[in-house]
Design a protein around this ligand. Structure first.
Ligand code: NAD
Length: 500
């Protein structure tokens, strides 16, 4: 069934605007490899207009507008946005699936999370005012101090393509709850590839603009500017009127953004890549552990920043574990992601597909064994599909052990002692998500403490709740999104001290 792709412009100052240079980017369905529409590409000129609009949204009406509105007023808008997204869930989920190839059931779950996240930050926005002017206890009675928290100002929100609307929501909802005005820059995918290979993944992000119009969000509070990273993204990161950058994407791009931010001493929050471990001890229920291993690495077609893509399994159960892992993998349904029961769709674009295939062939040439998968599935004639792939005989110097693949590729190593397992788990520049699987409670606590990750999952992998903080250590970035930490990251703290 063909899904009608809405034709949209840039969303600036509360309305649709044609890009000043009239540039557009094609959208390619990764399942059919067909161009299914196009979307506008913002340039530096459009970025400037949007930033000015955001700036004035904070200061219009002699300070009575967005930044100075009560938390309850901002909460009302966030709830209205959540309700509109809920109404549109079936359409939005389908759009996201044709756009980025993830199974429809997963896109539907993402839309539920989007709604939940807007509602959660509406709740937090309602509580903001009651927490203002918190007194500070001072050692001298002649002074009185209190703290007020203020929106940071105009924020640039730059997001990747693997969860287009959800990653945007993780930033937009807390930024608006805090009273900031925002410019959202969705992904266009790697612009290093030739234009015909580009698959633009931001239709759903643009639909958020239509939702904002319908709920009458004050003009300029949220602006949405798709465009190429080195063009729209870079001019946003270096714009003098942007007060903060919150970025989710690759470590390579993060370095560029940090460099631009440093020129004007702007704060940044960085949510970057990962190469997460899942450590499986000898006392586990093997089938359950296999199920979490598969989920942790192959969900969203393996395109998850926190994927646990390095399996570290106790030597005494490794043979049996791998045997069952292969059997489970054989039963993963690979198909058009709109098809009922699909568990693995295509990789998002030809460029990413080629990157994943290169990782697999490099692993082979470095001496690793492809235990399962490693190819394009033969039953599908079109689309950027990669079989779920399990790689053994891996050494810690191999590329497949060290670098993020961002595809359904699991590499495996065995261990004999707990110390060895922890050393292997931490043997990476990254530190986003990690998992430990064991029936021994104390061991799980010990290992959780020693894993150098921003998130540790015990007897599971990947569950993510908007109430809990999310972020990384090492090359996976710094700062936290979600929970109260996500809201705080869009607020600055001011102390007021009075002589009495
Ligand atoms: P990317 O770094 O190529 O692009 C991310 C965003 O940055 C896009 O919107 C892009 O247009 C923009 N961009 C590119 N160059 C820019 C520049 N010079 N200045 C400003 N902006 C620029 O990453 P991607 O390929 O879209 O996403 C995949 C990466 O994102 C993976 O490494 C993945 O692990 C990571 N990721 C992290 C999380 C997390 O929460 N930690 C979540 C999802 C994805």
């Amino acid at each position: 069934m063909a899904i009608p792709i809405p034709s949209r412009q840039l969303f600036i100052n509360g309305d649709w605007a044609e890009p000043l240079l009239k540039k557009r980017i094609p959208i390619i369905n990764p399942t059919t490899e067909e161009i299914i529409g196009d979307i506008p590409a913002a340039t530096a000129e459009d970025v400037d207009v949007a930033v000015q609009a955001a700036r004035s949204a904070l200061t219009r009406n002699k300070g009575k507008d967005w930044a100075f509105a009560s938390g309850a007023v901002r909460a009302k808008y966030l709830r209205a946005i959540a309700a509109k997204i809920k109404e549109r869930k079936p359409v939005l989920a389908k759009l996201e699936t044709v756009d980025c190839g993830k199974p429809l059931s997963e896109s539907e779950a993402d839309m539920d999370d989007v709604v939940g996240c807007f509602e959660y930050y509406a709740d937090l926005a309602e509580g903001i005012d009651a927490k203002q002017k918190a007194p500070i206890s001072l050692p001298m009675k002649t002074f009185k101090s209190y703290v007020i928290k203020e929106p940071i100002g105009v924020v640039a929100l730059i997001v990747p393509w693997n969860y287009p609307l959800l990653m945007a929501t993780w930033k937009v909802a807390p930024a608006l709850a805090a009273g900031c005005a925002a410019i959202l820059k969705p992904s266009e995918l790697a612009s290093v590839y030739a234009l015909h290979l580009l698959a633009s993944v931001f239709i759903t992000c643009l639909e958020l603009g239509e939702v904002c119009r319908e709920v009458d969000l004050p003009a300029g509070v949220l602006n949405i500017l798709p465009g190429l990273g080195p063009e729209a993204g870079a001019s946003l990161a270096s714009h003098p009127l942007v007060d903060k950058i919150s970025f989710t994407g690759s470590t390579v791009t993060a370095v560029k953004i940090m460099t631009a931010a440093a020129q004007r001493v702007k704060p940044v929050t960085l949510e970057l890549g990962g190469k997460g471990p899942i450590v499986v001890f000898e006392d586990v229920d093997i089938d359950k552990a296999v199920e979490w291993t598969i989920f942790g690495c192959f969900y969203t077609n393996g395109q998850i920043c926190s994927a646990t893509s390095r399996l570290i399994v106790h030597e005494s159960i490794a043979a049996e574990f791998l045997d069952r892992l292969v059997k489970w993998s054989e039963n993963i349904k690979i198909s058009d992601p709109l098809e009922e029961g699909c568990k693995l769709g295509p990789i998002v674009s030809r460029g990413q597909y080629e990157k994943v295939m290169n990782f697999i062939s490099n692993a082979k040439s470095e001496g690793a064994t492809i235990l399962y998968g490693g190819n394009r599935p033969k039953h599908l004639k079109k689309g950027f599909f990669v079989e779920p792939t399990i790689i053994t005989d891996v050494t810690t110097s191999m590329q497949i052990w060290r670098e993020e693949v961002f595809g359904p590729v699991l590499c495996v190593k065995t261990f004999t002692t707990e110390e060895e397992a922890i050393e292997l788990a931490n043997d990476t520049h990254y530190g986003l998500g990690g998992a430990v699987v064991s029936k021994d409670r104390e061991r799980c606590d010990r290992v959780s403490k020693l894993l150098q990750n921003g998130a540790v999952w015990v007897n599971c992998s990947q569950p993510c709740f908007c109430q809990a903080p999310f972020g990384g250590t090492k090359w996976s970035g710094f700062g936290r999104e979600l929970g109260e930490w996500g809201l705080e990251s869009y607020m600055s703290v001011k102390q007021v001290t009075e002589y009495v």
